[in-house]
Write a protein that binds this ligand. Structure first.
Ligand code: PMP
Length: 496
């Protein structure tokens, strides 16, 4: 929760309107200016902090640097929602960032303390803003509409409407274990837990390991929604820089020597967002380090099958000799994300705990989706579909590369992804790419700023994640041209 000084008159009026049931959506609020306003932007200055604590008696604390950065440029906020009971106002700074504010003088909302760390997912909000059909979106990680396979439901037994097992459908667990063994991961079906998308694996792992202040280790950058859940549970997110072939090993060793992370979370195959695929050498080295220091591995592999230039690599979990591990995958990128079927495979010491967490989370995964997934996994039809998918995405990737060379060569650097769904651009003249969003959307282009993929966004300006799978090829060139123009304009403005 962000405590923020709104002019009291405004807030009281808002509550009064809300109590009368008046529509408050998009009412504008002007943030109270104050002679210490400048100081507010640097909350680490203790004088500023004290000042605001005094103003709000004990609770008025403005803490987030990014928010303070936005205060600089934006004095007018839009009210999204007023909660009369909790006496809270949710304001948005632009279309993407929302902040809770409370009247400092009233009791704050009666939510758990962890909710104060809950950040909205920027990507989900951008996707919402990009719903307009005219928007050319490079933002999501969505499969191409035309490549969603046609699925049949006629044969599905009606009994699947009944409650099922928390572990997942037995036949599906067997099929998933067989697939994992083919990758070199020694496991039995009894180690497979079917989950509601691999996102649920991250949720269960967070519940299993994290208390406030628990140290964990992540790649920098890393998957946005993993950060969201790990931070919600209070993790202290330590990072290891990502290089073109995997993490910087010297830094990884140093981190492991100096800290005792509860786990390391890695996406070694076509990482989201950087598209990096770890080399064989780095896979082996990472596994050896985790064994040496006894650190649990969470290996997340949604993009493994989307490989365009051949080559495959044994999972890191399959190389471990001692350390505990959770390996997770999904059908979201290869079949239908709407099925919400993912899976985790865990070392036997972890499995019973994850199973109990699954029981308490949602009893079991959607059986109808599991049935559909089972019609594909391990089948000839699935292999055929995967091969068509790879051909299709390879062509999209190649077309994207050409269009990028045309429009971004002077602006950014990137490596051509060998798989996955994203290009990761690094601007030659870095700027906070979040500040480009409004302008991009005004030009009907959506993209994903790079900053939120880092636990410390403000130390990592100047990256853009661009999805190449979803955009209609007929609009690709125009979309990138407009985006490049937005970047160029912003850079000129800053230089002026
Ligand atoms: N992990 C990573 C790295 C992802 O990119 C995604 C989806 N964007 C997920 C997990 C979650 O996928 P799902 O829940 O749809 O299986």
């Amino acid at each position: 929760m962000h405590f923020l000084q709104l002019a009291q008159g405004h807030v009281q009026r808002l509550f009064a309107y809300a109590q009368q049931g008046q529509q408050l959506f998009h009412t504008q609020v002007r943030i109270a200016r104050d002679e210490k306003h400048d100081a507010l932007m640097y909350p680490r200055e203790s004088a500023a902090l004290e000042h605001f604590i005094r103003l709000g008696r004990e609770r008025l604390i403005a803490e987030e640097e990014r928010f303070h950065g936005l205060l600089l440029t934006c004095g007018v906020f839009k009210v999204k929602h007023v909660d009369v009971l909790a006496q809270a106002v949710v304001v948005s700074v632009n279309q993407f960032d929302s902040f809770f504010t409370c009247l400092a003088t009233v009791t704050p909302m009666a939510f758990s303390e962890r909710v104060s760390r809950l950040k909205s997912s920027l990507i989900r909000e951008i996707l919402a803003a990009a719903q307009r059909p005219e928007v050319m979106s490079f933002a999501g990680g969505l499969p191409a509409e035309t490549m969603l396979p046609k699925v049949e439901w006629d044969e599905m037994p009606l009994s699947l409407g009944q409650y099922g097992m928390s572990e997942g459908e037995p036949a599906l667990r067997e099929a998933l274990a067989a697939e994992a063994r083919a990758l070199g991961l020694e496991c039995e079906a009894s180690q497979v837990l079917v989950v509601s998308g691999s996102q649920q694996t991250l949720d269960l792992a967070a519940k299993l390991y994290l208390d406030k202040g628990t140290e964990i280790l992540l790649e920098a950058p890393t998957y946005l929604a993993a950060l969201q859940i790990f931070q919600l549970f209070g993790a202290d997110c330590l990072t290891v820089p990502q290089e073109a072939d995997g993490p910087n090993l010297a830094q990884l060793r140093k981190r492991l020597e100096q800290h005792r992370p509860a786990f390391i979370y890695l996406i070694p195959t076509f990482q989201n967002p950087s598209a990096v695929r770890y080399s064989e050498a780095k896979r082996a080295a990472v596994a050896a380090l985790l064994d040496e220091f006894g650190v649990t591995l969470i290996e997340d592999e949604p993009y493994r099958e989307l490989t365009f230039d051949g080559g495959s690599a044994k999972p890191i979990a399959a190389r471990l000799r001692k350390a505990s591990w959770i390996y997770t995958g999904t059908v979201s990128k290869t079949l239908l994300p709407g099925l919400r079927v993912g899976y985790l495979i865990a070392s036997p010491d972890l499995f019973p705990h994850l199973l109990k967490l699954k029981q308490s989370a949602d009893l079991h995964t959607n059986r109808i989706g599991q049935w559909q997934a089972l019609q594909w996994i391990g089948s000839q039809k699935y292999q055929q579909h995967l091969s068509e998918l790879r051909d299709f995405y390879r062509q999209r990737r190649d077309a994207f590369q050409l269009a990028l060379e045309m429009h971004f060569t002077d602006l950014a650097e990137w490596n051509m992804p060998q798989g996955g769904l994203f290009f990761w651009l690094t601007l030659k003249r870095p700027l906070d790419t979040r500040t480009l969003l409004d302008e991009a959307l005004a030009n009907d282009v959506a993209f994903m700023p790079g900053e939120p993929f880092f636990p410390e966004p403000d130390k990592h300006h100047g990256h853009l994640r661009l999805n190449f799978s979803h955009i209609d090829p007929a609009r690709l060139d125009e979309g990138l041209k407009r985006l490049a123009a937005v970047v160029r304009r912003a850079q000129m403005e800053r230089a002026a």
